[in-house]
Write a protein that binds this ligand. Sequence first.
Ligand code: HPA
Length: 272
Amino acid sequence: MYTNTLTYLREHGVQSPDIGLILGSGLGDMVEEMTNAIKIKYEDIPDFPTSTVEGHEGRLVYGELAGKKVIALQGRFHYYEGYDLETVTYPIRIFNQLGVKTLILTNAAGGVNEEFKPGDLMVITDHLNLTGENPLIGSNKPEGPRFVDMSQTYSHQGQTLLYQAASELGYHLQKGVYTWFTGPSYETPAEIRAVRTLGGDAVGMSTVPEAIVGRHCEMEIIGISCITNYAAGMQEHLNHEEVVTISQIVKPKFKALLNKLIEKIGNEANLG
Ligand code: HPA
């Protein structure tokens, strides 16, 4: 079922990546740091979805980053664009077929935790799925079990590597629980109060479907949010321009952190 995509990617030079990287809002140009990069437009890849969001370039990029073979999505697929969740997570299944063992998920998110401020980077320790949706609904795919254990969705070892990377760079990282809403409307202040009561620290419109499918494929997941704004009700208005502006400001820091993290992955015996 993945054959057309895999055949095309392999014919175009994509070989056994170790790490999959999903680049959220504003981080797309991280791929410019990759060496020996092969860049393929989504529209050229058979059976691959195409991205519709402004500010997201739709390319799959394979190359080396910090000495590792990395496959990156420059622009992810969101549920709010109208894709079903199987389509949203199709690239994760392709990454798995290509041999990816570690999946790094990045995103822009609203800060719910009152200690957070725009510009902070947050290590995702866990998530809350408040959508009632799940990308594994439907007949079970052979990559994993019907009932997937989500007890350790975000790798402890991966979180440790992130803290080590940040400390070497002199960065402070926040940590917390990412809460998935479908969007595309932002949350209401009441929803944000509910999230806080439920233990959520940040809110966003992505990442959770990919993390669930990543776990179905037994990948190690590392998640990082760039807090781009105070969540609804904590500042006067929310708008996409602010999200883009703050992501741009944080980008150099985010890129340095990802580089350091990738440098460290796989250097220890077992990430897990
Ligand atoms: N809510 C949902 N998604 C987001 C936000 C937010 O406040 N900021 C960036 N992405």
